[in-house]
Design a protein around this ligand. Structure first.
Ligand SMILES: NC(=O)C1=CN([C@@H]2O[C@H](COP(=O)(O)OP(=O)(O)OC[C@H]3O[C@@H](n4cnc5c(N)ncnc54)[C@H](O)[C@@H]3O)[C@@H](O)[C@H]2O)C=CC1
Ligand SMILES: O=C(O)CCC(=O)C(=O)O
Length: 428
């Protein structure tokens, strides 16, 4: 008889700060500056919906494991909720709540008609077979079939997931509901309604916002250097596209370690190496290995954290040498580091602006699916860049107007849009 085990360890990393607290502390500052009324504040401070599901999966050895999964819908006043799904051992409910709220703010900052949501499953996909991941993804979809929907809640990839998982989700949802439903999920493979440009969209948006910020700071990309933490979808594309703009990428890292080349890393070569080595840079010889903690404080002009939350903290912020931080990851800077970074005069392009290129092209994918029509890659790139540059200028102008850092300015832009929509829609 198959043995059933509940797969829910190791415990979340305890020395990381709580991302939900970091999100709330910035929200509180922006809400106070805006003079947000108490009822809207109370509506926005907690998610609309939090769903926890148990997903039994038959593993390849015949054992049944039960995985714990989450979907949090933070808010839907601007439209159906949107946000990725994360497969990682450190997923926990507070993290998913923070990530869902960041999606509400992100969609509002770039002015696309979505609310915010996020999902995750506690699992280590690097230790599971494709079949096990498929069965888990289908189980998660089935458990959440009443939450997901093209007009309700639209998932997408995040850490540990990509087009393959989105295809399984779309297939399972379509079979369950009896109607082919490409618009229920974005980030799908191209052949089944994925959008050209979605895979690289988040990294491209990081590049677009980095270039916009460098212009404001009078920095010449061709005379600037950068370090990129995380070499997955977002980090590797950001590194490649910044490199194409002439930025010298001196350091990169992933979960296997950090790698440095004073003359600049050959990013195409590093990506090819990673693709040939199970998605990891381990053993890469085009750079020398360095202490991963030192990457964040290395002598570069631009720092791109593109991995996990809370890596820039009160413990290392003082030592950061970069003039510009462009947040590819969600929540890489904990609130405890904000004052130090601001005092040092470092410009931060915050996550809800810098990594919004992904959800922007996801929106394009959803629009194309609903129209049953495909856009050219050029159109996707041009429209996404326009949206991001407009959002950057709006946030920059808001930071000047209120004399606040770019992060608080981005929250002000987002909360203001959501609050104004509540005023028109009413309903509470
Ligand atoms: N994929 C997307 O379209 C979007 C992703 N993001 C955010 O970007 C971040 C990265 O996501 P993806 O690139 O999609 O994930 P991914 O799974 O493709 O890559 C994650 C990368 O981070 C590395 N990593 C993990 N822990 C690390 C650590 N402690 N130190 C250094 N590197 C570490 C992994 O080895 C891998 O290279 C996440 O915060 C995610 O929420 C934000 C917007 C959209
Ligand atoms: O593409 C999307 O819909 C959401 C991507 C995402 O999860 C994020 O921006 O953090």
């Amino acid at each position: 008889m198959a043995v059933t085990t509940v797969y829910k360890e190791p415990a979340p990393i305890v020395d990381r700060e709580n991302p939900l607290e970091s999100m709330m502390s910035r929200f509180n500052i922006a809400a106070e500056i805006l003079g947000l009324d108490e009822s809207t504040y109370n509506v926005l401070k907690a998610p609309d919906k939090q769903v926890i599901v148990n997903i039994p999966v038959t593993m390849d050895n015949g054992q049944i494991r039960v995985f714990e999964g989450y979907r949090v819908v933070h808010n839907t006043i601007l439209g159906p909720s949107k946000g990725g799904i994360r497969y990682d051992m450190h997923v926990h409910l507070d993290e998913v709540k923070a990530l869902a709220a960041w999606m509400t703010w992100k969609c509002a900052v770039v002015d696309i008609p979505y609310g915010g949501a996020k999902g995750g499953i506690i699992c280590d996909p690097t230790k599971m077979s494709a079949g096990e991941i498929e069965r888990m993804t289908r189980g998660y979809t089935l458990a959440l079939k009443d939450v997901f929907g093209p007009d309700r809640d639209i998932p997408a990839p995040d850490m540990g997931t990509g087009p393959r998982e989105m295809a399984w989700l779309m297939d399972e949802f379509s079979k369950t509901t009896g109607a082919t439903s490409p618009a229920v999920v974005t980030g799908k493979p191209l052949v089944m309604g994925g959008s050209l440009g979605r895979v690289e969209a988040t990294g491209r948006g990081v590049m677009v916002s980095a270039i916009a910020a460098m212009k404001k700071l009078g920095m010449d990309p061709t005379k600037s250097s950068a370090a990129v933490q995380g070499f997955g979808n977002v980090g590797s594309w950001a590194a490649k596209l910044l490199c194409e703009k002439g930025v010298k990428i001196k350091g990169v890292s992933d979960i296997s370690g950090a790698y440095w080349n004073e003359e600049g890393i050959n990013i195409d070569e590093a990506i090819a190496y990673k693709n040939a080595h199970n998605g990891r840079l381990e053993g890469y010889t085009g750079a020398t290995s360095m202490d991963p903690d030192e990457l964040l404080t290395s002598a570069v002009d631009v720092l791109v954290p593109a991995a996990v939350e809370d890596v820039i903290t009160e413990h290392n912020a003082e030592r950061i040498q970069a003039k510009l931080i462009v947040e590819g990851a969600n929540g890489p800077t904990s609130a405890s580091a904000d004052d130090i970074i601001n005092r040092k005069g470092i410009m931060v392009v915050p996550d809800i602006l810098a990594n919004s290129g992904g959800v922007t092209v996801s929106y394009f994918e959803w629009v194309q699916n609903r129209l049953g029509y495909k856009w050219s890659e050029g159109m996707v790139i041009e429209r996404a860049a326009r949206i991001m540059n407009d959002a950057f200028e709006k946030v920059y102008a808001t930071s000047q107007k209120y004399k606040v850092p770019m992060r608080i300015a981005a929250y002000i832009v987002a909360i203001d849009k959501v609050a104004q929509t509540y005023k028109f829609r009413g309903g509470y």
